[in-house]
Design a protein around this ligand. Structure first.
Ligand SMILES: Nc1nc2c(c(=O)[nH]1)N[C@H]1C(S)=C(S)[C@@H](COP(=O)(O)OP(=O)(O)OC[C@H]3O[C@@H](n4cnc5c(=O)[nH]c(N)nc54)[C@H](O)[C@@H]3O)O[C@H]1N2
Ligand SMILES: Nc1nc2c(c(=O)[nH]1)N[C@H]1C(S)=C(S)[C@@H](COP(=O)(O)OP(=O)(O)OC[C@H]3O[C@@H](n4cnc5c(=O)[nH]c(N)nc54)[C@H](O)[C@@H]3O)O[C@H]1N2
Ligand SMILES: [Mo]
Length: 751
């Protein structure tokens, strides 16, 4: 018999997770993927250099541990005893239980835990929750991962869509971001070319001398958690030395004099003591950023993960971009409205799927954390939304990770019933036992009998799935189509075909929300039987079909970005910014109205040598966690036999040889890392590229090869960085609720 062969244009199988959304072409033979290459129209421009192509892809997709049947817990949570059931039975039982819990405890008794961007379905999840009457008890990494700043942009600039032309830039600052290993890996090739071309300046801010730092003109080896102080000092230098863009500041910013006054407190000499960076280097780097223009100021995830006032680093970055006029030049960072605008029309954005107006107003106040952490919850949303809607004609997105309850509050609500009991949890595309702060606490919550229903949609039996009541097999990226507007942060649509039909009994996450909605009595709001139908609905206003976009275009964008200078379609006047003042708010009216300091400022990390010297006595080293490695996407890809584990078999702790020497630790030896919360072990990698006072441990380790059942839970306690991190509300950022994962205190010793 002849083989059935087809070719499909897909979005990379690791995306949207890795945020790069590379366009790939796969060959399918008799329903099996046999070949994967960069798309011919695309790969030249942005080579997919991360190495996740075949044969890794097939090893992952066809891995024997992939789930393919719905499972219902048979023994205790964590015993790894399951009964195979049908989807119908699972959906019916879950819906019945949800209905009962909702009736007894109210719709707020449900929480949703989700991971970083792994699907394009957040508008659908929001639609489901709003119709259910849930106040927005959605938790995930957004609060500590890049999207907290999106909400800040909405407050300060009125939009979050970034339009960058790297080729036109003359300099770049890369702060706490290591994209040879992690984020936007595809940028590295372009950056290297620009560096080789000369006439391009690179400043890197990182406690570790990464590969990018080695290529930099200036490497600022910063004390972890102090980026805001450095930026405030740059603002100080730039204003004192008149290096700012006077015309742009006058016309398009609000609060410059207040910022000037605030920045006076941050002279380089004083900030040098805080950051460990010499005053001359602070001055020199500030001058380069302000004068070698256009410049891109690229902040990685590090500054989002220091808890207390973490959002202030990004606030200072926004001020820097604005006062240097880099927000007004191609090659800098121009922000655009939502889109794409094609012939004046826009497709259906995430915000248009969310149906926020279906949520009864009195439910909003019940959102976990809304009383204290106000920017990313309803109080912030309700202040920002009118300005956004007025300018752009569509609602602000509350379906993305810019709108979240602080994650640790869900564990509190489960464990204590305060402020009210959370009884049901839906976890999809996330592995909370590994990625959430304070694993002990997460564990207690997931084991608690107070949690009456825990449903997990997964590809693999992770340590978190082992603690669930139902584990439903989710279709992977290649088994479902993608049409993504990136939670509305980009003015684009990105589309990729479904390569193959779901294997076994796996079903796309979309099906779960739709089937639940039908069973809970609001199925009429989910008329699309498949995601292809939903995608067609979203593109119809543009006169396009999903198939056309996925196979012929991949990315839809406006021919011209819609910026502050663009004449508004309704008035013909420059659009300006969707903020209370119509300008970029250096002094934020929104933060002020929410009861926060309107200006950026620096505060010591919650645990630090100077803030908590008594803790430092026992835990003298500064701990940073994260530091992604190319082989892994968060806690994924750890299964032996996938190839990735061969590339990187063990968890590594970076430590300076002098520090290691004093502790009697040698290269490759397992070492204990301990904080006030717990202790783990990782293998020591001795390197002079890290400050002797700092250690970096890799995050998100578990060991699928170790026993599944308790107490091991696939080795989740052995090397997992989050055993070391904390969830004390006093350590959170008061604006967003972000918790600290870096700049903590630890001690290290031989195993
Ligand atoms: N291969 C791979 N790629 C990924 C991911 C993955 O898991 N694997 N995850 C994706 C996701 S969701 C994210 S958020 C991004 C994250 O990508 P990145 O932003 O690059 O995050 P990390 O690699 O954790 O940390 C970057 C750097 O921050 C430095 N650092 C630590 N503390 C501080 C500090 O206080 N100040 C400064 N200035 N630097 C500090 C570390 O030394 C490290 O080199 O990567 C995305 N891409
Ligand atoms: N200590 C410390 N902790 C951290 C970080 C750190 O730097 N240090 N980084 C934080 C950051 S920035 C982030 S973004 C988070 C990441 O945290 P998460 O995004 O939750 O990442 P994972 O732990 O990999 O869990 C994702 C799970 O979803 C499954 N999955 C993948 N795709 C799909 C899908 O399409 N559908 C379904 N249903 N499941 C899917 C995978 O099999 C995997 O088990 O971790 C955070 N935690
Ligand atoms: Mo992230």
């Amino acid at each position: 018999m002849e083989k059935q062969t087809s070719v499909k244009d897909v979005v990379c199988w690791a995306s949207p997770g890795c945020h790069d959304q590379c366009r790939l072409r796969v060959t399918v033979e008799d329903g099996r993927i046999v070949k994967m290459v960069g798309h011919p129209d695309y790969s030249k421009k942005r080579p997919q250099s991360c190495g996740r192509r075949l044969p890794h892809l097939t090893k992952w997709l066809y891995h024997p541990d992939q789930l393919s049947v719905p499972l219902k817990r048979a023994g205790e949570r964590g015993q790894n005893q399951w009964t195979k059931i049908s989807w119908e039975q699972a959906l019916d039982e879950i819906a019945e239980k949800l209905t009962r819990l909702k009736k007894t405890y109210g719709p707020e008794c449900l929480a949703v835990k989700e991971g970083t961007y792994r699907s394009d379905l957040y508008g659908i999840r929001a639609r489901f929750l709003n119709l259910f009457g849930n106040p927005g008890n959605v938790v995930g990494p957004g609060t500590v991962c890049l999207t907290n700043r999106m909400q800040l942009y909405y407050a300060l600039i009125g939009t979050a869509g970034l339009f960058q032309r790297h080729a036109a830039a003359r300099s770049q600052v890369i702060d706490g971001c290591n994209f040879t290993e992690s984020r936007e890996i595809s940028q590295w090739a372009g950056l290297r070319k620009r560096l080789k071309g000369g006439d391009y300046k690179l400043i890197v801010i990182d406690p570790r001398k990464t590969r990018i730092a080695r290529s930099a003109d200036i490497w600022l080896q910063i004390r972890p958690g102090t980026d805001t102080a450095l930026y405030m000092s740059w603002i100080h230098v730039i204003i004192e030395e008149n290096l700012y863009d006077e015309a742009f500041v006058r016309q398009w910013t609000h609060g410059f004099e207040d910022l000037r006054k605030r920045a006076r407190e941050y002279a380089p000499e004083k900030v040098s003591e805080i950051t460990w960076i010499a005053p001359d280097k602070i001055r020199e780097s500030a001058r380069i950023y302000a004068t070698v223009k256009p410049s891109i100021l690229n902040g990685g995830v590090a500054s989002d993960q220091i808890g207390l006032n973490s959002i202030r680093a990004e606030q200072a970055r926004v001020c820097l971009r604005a006062i240097t006029g880099n927000m007004a030049v191609t090659g800098g960072e121009i922000y655009t409205g939502p889109g794409p605008l094609i012939d004046g029309k826009m497709g259906v954005r995430d915000a248009m799927l969310q149906l926020a107006d279906k949520l009864p107003a009195d439910q909003k106040a019940k959102q976990l954390g809304a009383d204290r952490y106000k920017l990313m919850t309803w109080p912030g949303y309700d202040l920002i939304n009118p300005h956004y809607q007025k300018l752009y004609g569509i609602p602000l997105c509350m379906s993305g990770h810019n709108f979240q309850a602080p994650e640790p509050l869900v564990w509190t609500a489960i464990l204590t019933g305060k402020p009210y009991p959370v009884k049901a949890l839906l976890t999809w595309s996330s592995n909370p036992m590994v990625n959430c702060a304070d694993t002990q606490r997460v564990y207690r919550a997931l084991k608690s009998p107070n949690l009456e229903l825990h449903v997990m949609l997964e590809h693999f039996m992770t340590p978190s799935a082992l603690l669930a009541d139902y584990v439903l097999p989710a279709a992977s990226k290649l088994e479902k189509p993608i049409l993504s507007s990136f939670e509305d942060f980009t003015p684009l649509f990105v589309a990729g075909e479904r390569a193959i039909q779901p294997m076994g009994q796996r079903r796309p996450d979309y099906d779960f929300f739709r089937e639940m909605a039908i069973r809970l009595g609001f199925g009429e709001y989910f008329p699309w039987q498949t995601e292809e139908e939903l995608a067609d609905y979203r593109l119809k206003p543009l006169g396009l079909t999903f198939q056309e976009v996925a196979t012929q275009k991949h990315v839809l964008r406006s021919s011209e970005p819609w910026t502050y200078a663009t004449p508004h379609p309704a008035t013909g006047e420059p659009s300006g910014f969707a903020t209370p003042s119509g300008k970029i708010e250096l002094y934020s009216n929104i933060l002020k109205a929410l009861g926060y300091d309107p200006l950026p400022f620096y505060e010591e990390p919650p645990e630090s040598l100077t803030r908590t010297p008594e803790i430092a006595e026992k835990y003298p080293l500064i701990l940073i966690t994260g530091g992604r490695v190319k082989a892994f996407f968060h806690s994924e890809n750890r299964q032996p036999g996938m190839g990735f584990r061969k590339q990187h078999p063990d968890p590594l702790m970076d430590i300076h040889p002098d520090t290691a020497g004093n502790l009697g630790i040698s290269e490759g030896q397992w070492a204990c890392i301990e904080t006030r919360r717990g202790v783990i072990k990782q293998k020591a990698r001795l390197t002079r590229d890290i400050d002797p006072r700092v250690v970096n441990v890799e995050a998100q380790w578990w060991f699928p090869e170790q026993p599944a059942e308790e107490p091991s839970l696939h080795g989740v306690w052995q090397s997992n960085a989050n055993v070391l991190t904390m969830t004390d509300p006093e350590s959170f950022d008061p604006v967003t609720g972000g918790w600290p994962l870096r700049a903590l205190l630890c001690k290290v010793y031989k195993v």
